[in-house]
Design a protein around this ligand. Sequence first.
Ligand SMILES: [Zn+2]
Ligand SMILES: [Zn+2]
Length: 342
Amino acid sequence: MIQSTLSTDLITSDILPVLSKSKVARRTYLDKRVTKSQRETKRTRSQGARARLQTKEHLVGLARELHEDELADKIDRCHSRLSVLTCGRHIARIIPNFTCEFRLCPDCGRRRSRKLQTKYLSLMKAFVLHNRVTPVHLVLTQTHRKESRKESAARIRNSFTKLTRRSFWKQYFKGGTWSLEFTKDKNGLHHTHLHIIGFRRKFFDIELLRDEWLAVTGDSHVLHLKPILDLAAGLQEVVKYVSKPLDIRRFGAGDLKEFLGLKNMRMFGTFGEFRDFCKGFEPSDDDAMSELESLSRDLVEGCACPQCSAPLFDLRLSKSELPQFYEQIESSPPGKVRRSSH
Ligand SMILES: [Zn+2]
Ligand SMILES: [Zn+2]
């Protein structure tokens, strides 16, 4: 049963050319002091798969260090064997044997963030159309203090709650979504950012918002605001922190231990009028699923590849073979179908 839902979750990013990444921010208020954190250069699929593999190996190692063997075994088993439905040049479906659902697992995170994107994209489109508001991406930061990750997250969320209660905010914003991003600097201080997709009612001077943020935080006015021209790309950018809220490559056993103590911390949510809107709006299955996704859901061995019509075959791979398979696909010249050696 798990498999049938997974297969559709995994499809979109594997089969679709990466969604528009055009960064044509016309009016950008860029504050240079916003730390450059996890914003990274675009990776190929093989590089991404390899990085996820390494992240998981690192996590398994840390869990073993903490004698969390059950967790280590789960992460180790997650996506360890894969059934890949492919024509040799494209991947139509990937079905993993098992998913661990651990919050820091990059494979499970990807699936979760894709689910959120699917759900909220249709809601956001409907909300924007209905209310004639402009979506903006707002990044709020706070000063660094010696505090735990939990305290840091609570502090920025409290400040944000205060901000949304102020008349300035109500005048200019009609709700939105938030997600948390954590980083840690070399001095061990937590940098917590709040990524907001806000629905702006009308244009305002950024300096006013800066003053408002300073008023609620007491010591921080550093923020970054840019209009979102493409909702799908904007949502993808914000939701990616749900799949990787922190930089696990720089994680130690102590960080994992701290994270395990945060079990119930929310990383994503809605607020304001958008929140109410979401409650009353249940997207239908058709809304929630992309055309390609619904097309691919029922694919089995022998079906035609949705991209090139060549017959699909079922390739069984271990997790360590997946990056290599992506590499093979990436290096295949267009038109030439290369059947895998497996
Ligand atoms: Zn997992
Ligand atoms: Zn194909």
